[in-house]
Design a protein around this ligand. Structure first.
Ligand SMILES: [Zn+2]
Length: 93
């Protein structure tokens, strides 16, 4: 199983930090970088709706940017078309 780094917030001072999913799965205790208090992590069977939406959204963003890359074959830019048109009329003279 691939390990993932996720951001959690200290219950004491709400400072954000990154932990690995495997650490949460093992219910490890980490110490807040900010207030140095121990944070006992436990797997949350019901991730908060906000967190879920954020993960889904970031996945969608990745999909969208992937799509943009594959959909990007030589698209004419309107500005460039205009300047080409101008050049052509000059060449005709
Ligand atoms: Zn803290």
């Amino acid at each position: 199983m691939k390990d993932l780094e996720i951001e959690i917030h200290c219950p004491h001072c709400d400072s954000g930090m990154n932990v690995m999913l495997s650490q949460i799965a093992r219910e490890e205790t980490v110490h807040c970088h900010s207030c140095k208090k121990p944070i006992h992590m436990k797997p949350d069977p019901k991730p908060s709706q906000e967190e879920k939406i954020r993960v889904i959204k970031s996945l969608e963003d990745i999909n969208l940017s992937m799509k943009k890359i594959t959909d990007a074959p030589a698209k004419p830019e309107p500005d460039r078309d205009n300047s080409i048109g101008n050049n052509k009329s000059h060449q005709n003279l």
